[in-house]
Design a protein around this ligand. Sequence first.
Ligand code: ATP
Length: 622
Amino acid sequence: MIIQMEDAEFSKPLHIQRLEQALKLDPFLNYVEHIVNLPISDYETASDSEAEGGISIKNGITRTKEERENDKSHLYNFSFVRRKRQWLKDTLVTSSSSSEAEDTDDGVPSFTAIDLENMLREHRLRKHHQSHFYQNEENRGYLYYSAGLLSRVDRYPDHQRFMAGSRRKKNKERKEKEKLKKKIKKEEDDDDLDPESPLAQNEDSLHSFPDDTSDDLTIPVKGRRGSRRDKKPKKLDAQALTMRRHKLWVLMAKKEVGRCQKSKASFRKEVLQNCKRMATGCMRVCRQKALQSQKTVKDKVWMLKRLTRTMQGEWKKFDRILKEQNRRAEREAEEQRKMDKEILEVKRQQRKVNFLITLPELYAHFMKNKMGSVSLEDEDTSTILKQLEDDTSMPQSSIDDYDCEAMKVQALKTAQEAYSNQQAKLSLFSGSEGKCAPEPGRSKECKEHPQPLIFKGILKSYQMNGMNWLANLYYFGINGILADEMGLGKTVQSIAFLAHICEQYDTWGPFLIITPASTLHNWTGEIARFVPSFQVVPYWGNPEERKNLRKFFDGKNLGTREASFHIVVTSYQIVIQDFKFLNRLKWNYMVLDEAQAIKSINRTFKSTTYDLKAIYVETSKN
Ligand SMILES: Nc1ncnc2c1ncn2[C@@H]1O[C@H](COP(=O)(O)OP(=O)(O)OP(=O)(O)O)[C@@H](O)[C@H]1O
């Protein structure tokens, strides 16, 4: 068969080749060819191992033919085997089967002519059924399934569906098939009535198909069996058969090419659709990833912006705190500087006060000891000057340029100059008037003076002290400031002191009392009340009135009890206006009430009062 196929112009179909390769039929076919080529006499000699009478000895056990057939029949179920398949039972059960032929002693299987005949018949039947099977359009599609023939699983359902058509079509075909089956069955039943029919039909069917092993090929004739009997199959030679096969192939190709093209186009379309679907899916995934990436980037950008904003806010906060701290530090430093300045100013004021306090003490010390020239080595002087020493441990001492030694020298010098000037003034004053100035050297001690007799009233003890303090100052030629609480009697003390001068030194003025305009009447009233002996000129009013009053200034016996006036009471404004008239007189003593007003009015007024020729006392509120 293989040799004949090789000689043919066309090769075997591809699925057959693949099937043969898969099954590896070559060794088997070679073997079959070898057996077929053997002469029949060899089979006869090969079956000599079977004893006569159907008794065989196998593995030392003697068995008859019936026993062997019984044993084999137990292996199969022949209850459903029909009569026309009786040959199959005979083949399987009879001892002359190929199975026994294989059990020869030398291991080489032996075949009888019956076996070969059966095999040939079986082969023809297979061919017949194959051709019958592939006549169906649907079954022909399975020609392409080389593996599908061996598998019950259809791996290409789409192709099958395409080849087989829609379900409706399939149902229709199935119904037709069933109809055909019924028809065949009916015919078979009819044939069963004919005693010769089963085997004869088989034989006919076998002979009706072309035999590949022989050169004389026949073509099966379709149609009813009756007609088949009439018409014998027409025998064709190899060339005609090849031509026929060629025609068949061309026909198949024509049919199949279109179908395959359609299938291919459909498959291609499906592939394209799948590809498109896949591409759409990929695009969607890519877009999702891109969107996700964009979202991530946006989120990160937003986070970075927020972080930057937060950082900027923190930096601004930090700058604000830093500025606040610097401002606070500057403010504290400024406050500290101010405090230092204030402390320094207080210290300067304190030093000034100390200096001012030291001056009269030094002055008094000079007056007391009648010293013309003193030095720092003097014990009392150095004790007084110790007040000018300062505490150098203070923190402000570094920025303070205070030099206590220089201040001591300055105080000493100032006191000496004041003493000299005062001495010169006293000498000048005593030289012109002769009796109003205290005589130096009368007494070195401060005295307690009694209340003047011309004072009509009773001085209180502290008023007595004040009057005595003023009297002692007057005695030493020193001016003073009487300062005390309101209403304690500074006016009264001043009037008593003036009375004391009159009594003690017999000097009745002239005294000049300068007061604010509001207290002019108070002064004249107090003088008239407590010392009625005093003649007072109330020097205020319009210029004409003042002119008339000035007539008293030219009176004789000024400074005596008999003088036309002892005291002139006037205001600061009038002193400024009538300075030239008032300065013509040499005032024995001058009292400035509310003397702080001098500083607040102007410097001219102050200089005016200082320029008045008088020893004066300033009364002031504390
Ligand atoms: N010893 C005294 N005897 C009687 N009256 C007195 C005595 N001392 C003070 N006075 C009276 O007390 C009042 C206040 O006295 P005075 O005006 O002298 O005080 P002052 O300290 O000068 O007051 P200011 O500070 O207002 O000038 C006056 O009316 C005065 O007459």
